[in-house]
Design a protein around this ligand. Structure first.
Ligand SMILES: [Zn+2]
Length: 141
């Protein structure tokens, strides 16, 4: 990465839903039980501003993820990102599932422009963040 340039890249945003959430978007709806989730996204430019936008509580709803990050009962305990060009958001989803076999895709969430047919770019990881998952992911990101 050249100094001063804002990189492109991919990110994983971990979400903690303290309560069950029922969200709707253009004919879709999801009922999400409480627990920890991981969302994979990408930014073709301006990776860090994109992540900071996702962390804002007040914003115009644009992406499926915004439907969760604007809820007062949803926290963001961890964000991982990388500008390695060979990694895509779809590859991040596969990596999380390789390192967390309990991860369950939330069908149709966040993958409307997915080129590889992922079932969803949001995964439910369980009731708590698996203790070793962040370390395992950092080793490969
Ligand atoms: Zn995908």
């Amino acid at each position: 990465m050249k100094r001063g340039r804002i990189p492109c890249g991919v990110y994983l945003i971990f979400l903690e839903l303290r309560l069950a959430e029922h969200i709707r978007s253009t004919g879709r709806e999801w009922r999400l039980p409480p627990g920890v989730y991981a969302y994979a996204g990408s930014a073709r430019t301006a990776l860090f501003p994109r992540i900071l936008r996702h962390l804002k509580f007040v914003k115009k709803i644009h992406w499926h993820l915004d439907l969760l990050t604007t809820r007062p009962t949803v926290g963001v305990p961890l964000v991982l990102c990388t500008s390695r060009p060979e990694l895509t958001e779809c590859r991040l989803i596969r990596l999380v599932r390789e390192h967390c076999p309990a991860a369950v895709p939330v069908a149709g969430f966040g993958n409307s422009d997915c080129p590889t047919g992922c079932p969803g770019h949001l995964l439910r990881l369980g009731s708590e963040l698996p203790a070793t998952l962040p370390e395992r992911l950092l080793a490969v990101l």
